[in-house]
Design a protein around this ligand. Structure first.
Ligand code: GLU
Ligand code: MG
Length: 450
């Protein structure tokens, strides 16, 4: 369904026009169907919206934006979908326009620009975000004895990785989530309880880059909305409980030419095509800067730790779950995709995919050389062995990645002057506020947002 007239004959009363800002808050304005014509749905928002941090609704200094000036958010009608858990509402992803041109600060516009740049090389990326999330119970707010670690929530159960009992305990809620995803045109692949208590993973099929980023928005909205209907809270926050497994959102990628996956080449080293190797080399090279966009909150760095399968080292490996880039070689020896582990769901998916494409493209254009794969757990190496093998730990805090991003001309140029300025201003303000917060306060502030 993608025409408003089809919708207006149904029970839909409102169409939500969504945007996802630099802080990765999903926002919307809803328009009553009686007030829109058949061709398009659009709402006005302030330019200042791209200068708002996660902590409050206000424009940060230095972002180059102020409350003066209007943006038109136009719905992309190909994304129009009724929202199964919100009867009477449909959703459409919004593109930001200024004076009839795509606004440079628009995250979807940025991803589309990167897709077009890659197309000029005859290439296309397909992708899927692999989400982990917690289901949490709200604790009795006034009873301080119940508030362990200063948190107002606790895991909904205490089952371990892949516990089939957890599947039974959570059957109703998981089925509601999965049904809702499917009717919103998302292909569901696998489900299992993850390692953390109350943590789950539902994997979805890959699609074109823009579609994958939009699916990520739908996925986050759906899990959170359905959890609340079951009197639980769903959260993708990268690290909720300091001593329990984190929420990753690994980004799965493949590279295509003329509708053929071109990552694999049996004649090439590691079974990886030359273009595939260069693309991966580009992502690895820019990773210390990219992380300011793919793992974009101070809390992200409590997740990226050795021996947590979160990719703490700037290396790649074949089927190595401790490498930032795990190239998946399947049983038949073929490489069809790879995953970038240094991504979490606090990242705006359009920006994250956009910068990953920009980095990979730089690898191709500069014919970057992919170093040898690391086929062991880097945490087991001594400092000397790490030096000899060229194994480097990735940045351990948001301050470092922001500094790296500021120096990375390729990524900044790809984002463009306006988007990079607003993004850096928002993220620096967030970092300055959040870096000194006690852990539990940070979690309480962010739990609902991500
Ligand atoms: N929870 C891990 C992370 O933070 C990922 C575990 C897995 O590989 O599924 O990335
Ligand atoms: Mg997992």
């Amino acid at each position: 369904m993608n025409k408003i007239k089809d919708i207006s004959n149904s029970q839909i009363r409102f169409i939500r026009v969504l945007w996802c800002d630099n802080a990765n808050i999903i926002r919307a304005k809803a328009v009553c169907v009686d007030s829109v014509n058949d061709q398009e749905v659009a709402v006005g928002i302030s330019r200042g919206q791209q200068g708002v941090p996660v902590m409050y609704d206000g424009v940060v200094a230095g972002c180059g934006l102020d409350p003066v000036g209007e943006i038109t958010l136009k719905g992309d009608m190909s994304t129009l979908t009724p929202i199964p858990y919100a009867p009477g509402h449909a959703r459409v992803m919004g593109d930001m326009f200024i004076e009839d041109k795509v606004w440079e600060n628009c995250p979807r516009g940025f991803l589309k620009r990167m897709i077009t740049k890659l197309q000029k090389e005859g290439l296309e990326v397909k992708a899927a975000f692999e989400n982990e999330f917690y289901l949490l119970k709200q604790k009795w707010k006034n009873n301080h004895k119940n508030i362990r670690n200063g948190l107002s929530v606790e895991p909904s159960d205490f089952t371990p990785f892949s516990s089939s009992f957890s599947m039974d305990l959570n059957h109703n809620i998981i089925m509601d989530i999965v049904e809702a995803l499917i009717v919103q045109n998302i292909t569901v692949e696998q489900y299992y309880p993850e390692s953390g208590p109350g943590q789950h993973e539902i994997t979805v099929g890959y699609t074109d880059a823009l579609g994958a980023a939009s699916n990520q928005i739908v996925f986050r909205e759906t899990v959170k909305a359905i959890a609340s209907k079951h009197n639980l809270r769903g959260s993708f926050l990268p690290k909720i409980f300091p001593d329990k497994a984190a929420n990753g959102c690994h980004l799965h990628l493949s590279l295509w030419k003329d509708d053929k996956n071109i990552l694999h080449d049996p004649e090439c080293k590691y079974g990886l095509s030359e273009t595939g190797k260069q693309f991966i080399a580009g992502i690895l090279y820019h990773l210390p800067a990219l992380m300011a966009i793919t793992t974009p909150i101070p809390r992200s760095y409590r997740r990226i730790r050795p021996q947590m399968w979160s990719g703490a080292y700037q290396v790649w490996g074949l089927n190595n779950r401790e490498a930032a880039i795990r190239v998946i070689r399947e049983d038949d020896g073929k490489v069809r995709h790879f995953e970038l582990k240094t991504v979490d769901a606090s990242a705006n998916p359009y920006l994250a995919l956009g910068v990953v494409i920009a980095a990979g493209l730089d690898g191709i254009q500069e014919k970057m050389v992919l170093e040898k794969p690391v086929q062991l757990d880097p945490a087991t190496l001594s400092t000397r062995e790490m030096d000899e093998m060229g194994v480097k730990p990735l940045p351990g805090n948001m301050g470092e990645t922001l500094d790296n991003l500021e120096k990375d001309e390729v990524i900044l140029n790809a984002m463009g002057e306006n988007l990079s300025r607003s993004y850096l201003a928002v993220k620096k303000t967030e970092y300055e506020t959040l870096k000194n917060l006690p852990s539990a306060k940070e979690v309480e502030l962010l739990l609902e947002k991500y």
